[in-house]
Design a protein around this ligand. Structure first.
Ligand code: FAD
Ligand code: UQ1
Length: 460
């Protein structure tokens, strides 16, 4: 079950042996521990490591923060707990699924993106103990901190949807852009499609890049048109949500696009089971009481898995009611532990979970942490900025950008709800370079400044 080995980003990662040199590098006495005290250790247990800053998760948000913090505070002050040897530029997976990029183009090595001034602890975090300012790792280390940044991303729960693991494993026409291990099935499914229903779903859970489940549908529909398959295909989007997209301005445009292109939109349809043997997908109709189900045959099925907070975060005192890191929605500071901060998909910032949101959060979080370190009250305010480049074809994109109130917060001085070739190139060609050269280095905190310049100061 090669696929099952990778059901989450975290689970993708094989346990690493703890190298003695890692241990020795991390037994560093802290000179400035305001909060920390040494964890009690039995004689045989590893000694605790101490850092001014510990970042848990070296994905998009974690690296951006680790880079900025280590640049400001210097070598040996920041540790990053990240088990993966590989770093993925996940936003490229939509284009990989559409056959536009190769999946290898989305992959880098963690050693190449890890800031040189940070100590990389190549293990999983397994337990948070915020009362004692420490994190336990899979290798048995107790890593102590003065300040903690939690950036663990979302957990993919493939096994929470009946039939999904088997379908991904055995049915070549069931595909998923949400994992490096499954993303290359998608384009093969497009190529092998003969006739019938091409169904695209979105889970009834929090989801990263909530636009991605429909972006691949537009690429598929266009591919069918360009390859003489369109008249043999019924393309449909099935979503448990009451609208196709959260921000109304862009939802209206996407509905128009679906209408124009003959795409069926079935709202309040929640995928509850896949039957790969009979090639059927079962949906609960959420507007019926009790929920009726409807079974649709599929020729091709794209399924983002159910997602949720990482198990260890959910089980910790750091979790809010939904299991995500409980943060102040303006500052990113933890609601109970003032020396704990969060960024990205693992937090409960009430906005759409994207790398673009994490970039904007990183700008605010730097200021928040700086204030707290200097004994000041944080004043910087995150407005919920998030962005979703809604790819609608191989040369077109609607660039959605909005805030906590789902109000547009557009960077460019034109109406971004129109499909544009320029926005496609921004997403497909400019963004990857920007990500590897600026974002993970903590040098990109979102387009707010450019927005102000391009709107001649008349923008929030
Ligand atoms: P991640 O980047 O996922 O990083 C989390 C890190 O935590 C990982 O490195 C993981 O190994 C590590 N980790 C997990 N568990 C542990 C543990 N126990 N201990 C230590 N480390 C751990 N965003 C956009 O802005 N624009 C887009 O167009 C876009 N398209 C997307 C398309 C797809 C198909 C997907 C899947 C995502 C897309 N995104 C997009 C979303 C974007 O990739 C994420 O929102 C972003 O990566 C979140 O960053 P993060 O740091 O919170 O989490
Ligand atoms: C963005 O900042 C970002 O984070 C790095 C993305 O993720 C890859 C995006 O997709 C987008 C659209 C933005 C916003 C950037 C601009 C220039 C509007």
């Amino acid at each position: 079950m090669a696929f099952l080995e990778s059901v989450t980003m975290a689970r993708q990662l094989k346990p690493f042996k703890v190298l003695p040199w890692i241990l020795s590098r991390h037994v560093a006495p802290s000179t400035s521990s305001r909060h920390g005290r040494l964890a009690s250790t039995a004689t045989s247990a590893p000694s605790p490591s101490m850092y001014k800053f510990v970042v848990v998760g070296g994905g998009s948000g974690g690296l951006a923060m680790a880079s900025s913090l280590s640049r400001k505070h210097g070598k040996g002050q920041v540790a990053v707990i990240e088990p993966s040897e590989e770093h993925f530029y996940q936003p490229m997976w939509t284009l990989v699924g559409g056959g536009i990029k190769k999946k290898e183009q989305s992959r880098g090595l963690t050693k190449d993106v890890m800031p040189k001034a940070c100590d990389w602890i190549k293990e999983k975090a397994v337990e948070f103990d915020p009362e004692n300012n420490s994190v336990k790792t899979s290798g048995g280390k107790v890593v102590q901190y003065d300040y903690l940044v939690v950036a663990m991303g979302l957990q993919l729960n493939f096994d929470k949807l009946k039939g999904l693991p088997e379908a991904l494993e055995n049915d070549p026409m069931v595909c998923c852009n949400y994992s490096y291990n499954t993303v290359d099935k998608t384009f093969k499914a497009l190529q092998n499609f003969k006739s019938g229903n091409a169904i695209f779903t979105i889970p009834n859970t929090p989801v990263k890049c909530a636009g991605a489940p429909q972006k691949i549908m537009y690429l598929t529909e266009e591919y069918f048109r360009q390859n003489n398959k369109r008249d043999k295909a019924t393309v449909m989007y099935c979503s448990p949500l009451p609208s196709i997209f959260s921000a109304p301005k862009y939802a209206a445009v996407m509905m128009e696009i679906c209408k124009k292109r003959g795409i069926q939109v079935n709202l309040r349809h929640n995928l509850v089971e896949i039957k790969p043997q009979s090639k059927e997908a079962v949906f609960a109709k959420l507007d019926t009481e009790p929920n009726e189900t409807i079974t649709l045959p599929y020729e091709m099925l794209h399924v983002p898995p159910p997602m949720g907070p990482p198990d260890i975060l959910k089980a910790s005192p750091l979790a809010g009611p939904a299991g995500f890191l409980s943060v102040n929605k303006e500052t990113g500071q933890h609601t109970k532990y003032p020396n704990v901060f969060g960024i990205g998909d693992c937090t409960d910032f009430p906005t759409s979970k994207t790398a673009a949101a994490a970039a904007a959060q990183s700008g605010v979080l730097k200021k928040t942490i700086n204030a707290v370190v200097n004994g000041l009250t944080p004043v910087a305010k995150y407005d919920g900025y998030t962005s979703c480049p809604l790819i609608t074809g191989r040369r077109s994109c609607v660039l959605a950008e909005f805030d906590y109130n789902l109000e547009p917060l557009e960077t460019f001085p034109f109406d971004q709800s129109k499909e544009r070739r320029s926005m496609y190139h921004m997403k497909a060609d400019f963004m990857p370079t920007m990500y590897w050269h600026a974002f993970v280095k903590g040098l990109w905190t979102g387009p707010a400044l450019y927005r102000k310049i391009m709107h001649l100061g008349f923008s929030r």
